[in-house]
Design a protein around this ligand. Structure first.
Ligand SMILES: Nc1ncnc2c1ncn2[C@@H]1O[C@H](COP(=O)(O)OP(=O)(O)O)[C@@H](O)[C@H]1O
Ligand SMILES: [Mg+2]
Length: 304
């Protein structure tokens, strides 16, 4: 089997005596899309900042491309594209100029950069905006530009910190499509997100972390099957608050988040039969998903 591109063992990091990365063990394998899923403050960016050489680790081992233990090694930087959480574009420069500055920073020849730019603009669907100042681009366009720019040196591994946070659904779908295309071309992806749908769509495997520690790791569907009943009925009161008492005997495992009650069950139709005639409620049955898994593992809602 080919070697992992990232291998992390017992990784720790503390801020003000508090462990924000708490003995992480994971690996990112060639060709896969691996996701790091967790609420705000879980330690996702800190982990990525360690892996990209922006902040030192405290304890544990990091091994990149089966060879490097120092993430700041220049060869690591050539082989690893990085998309930070905040867009770090130069607002006053044009789209093309941003590529040129970035490519020079990597020490690439001007002619090589220029030949890559046309292809990357096409990839990012920004060819028509090549001479626009960055500050005139939409949020989605800026994000696509940051992703395309990270590809300037043709990295085999692309690391993305919350690639679609803050974007509207259309812009988000376009980025998902671009990332899927990259993966299909053989680029390995390691991304963080707090969007369950994003993780479910893109990731071959993922880990759910909270307070710097891993709660679960595996392929999305396998994780759901291992931890959850297959179906969920979501129950909301037409006029809150929820009267939980009257629903205590539903045939399933009950979890509440806000005014919504989730009934996890082997058979949603049985639950729906119990709810017949309850016109005070809005009931919806659906298959269990990653969001349910997250709620089960953490016992609470995602924080934005
Ligand atoms: N430079 C820093 N100094 C002090 N605390 C930090 C610093 N960076 C992050 N933290 C804290 O570490 C925790 C994890 O942060 P972060 O890795 O940014 O989480 P995430 O990316 O999952 O939202 C948070 O509680 C955050 O406040
Ligand atoms: Mg973050």
């Amino acid at each position: 089997m080919s070697c992992p591109l990232i291998r992390v063992q017992g990784l720790t990091k503390r801020y003000h005596q508090r462990l924000v990365v708490d003995h992480l063990d994971f690996e990112v394998r060639p060709g896969e899309c691996f996701g790091m899923l967790g609420p705000n403050g879980a330690g996702k960016s800190t982990t990525l900042r360690i892996l990209t050489g922006l902040t030192p680790k405290e304890g544990g081992e990091v091994r990149l491309f089966d060879r490097f233990t120092n993430p700041a090694d220049p060869e690591v930087h050539r082989r690893m594209g990085v998309v930070a959480q905040e867009d770090n574009l130069d607002d006053d420069l044009t789209v093309v100029e941003n590529f040129l500055v970035y490519g020079r920073y990597f020490g690439l020849e001007e002619s090589l950069i220029r030949s890559r730019v046309a292809e990357l603009l096409e990839f990012a669907q920004l060819s028509e905006r090549r001479d626009s100042a960055v500050r005139t681009l939409s949020g989605g366009m800026k994000r696509r530009l940051v992703i395309a720019r990270a590809l300037i040196a043709s990295p085999e591994l692309l690391i993305l910190d919350e690639p679609t946070t803050g974007l509207d659904p259309q812009a988000r779908h376009l980025i998902w499509q671009r990332l899927t295309a990259l993966k299909n071309q053989g680029t390995t992806l390691f991304l963080t997100t707090h969007y369950m749908e994003e993780a479910a769509r893109l990731c071959d495997r993922l880990m759910i972390i909270e307070a710097g520690a891993i709660l679960a790791m595996g392929a999305p569907q396998a994780l759901i099957a291992a931890h959850l009943e297959p179906e969920v009925v979501e129950i909301r009161p037409r006029h809150p608050p929820l009267d939980r008492e009257s629903l205590a005997r539903l045939p399933g495992r009950l979890e509440q988040a806000g005014d919504t009650l989730y009934c996890h069950t082997l058979d949603a139709s049985e639950v729906m039969a119990h709810l017949r005639g309850r016109h005070d409620l809005i009931c919806l049955s659906r298959p269990a998903g990653l969001e349910d898994l997250f709620l089960k593992l953490t016992g609470r809602e995602l924080r934005d």
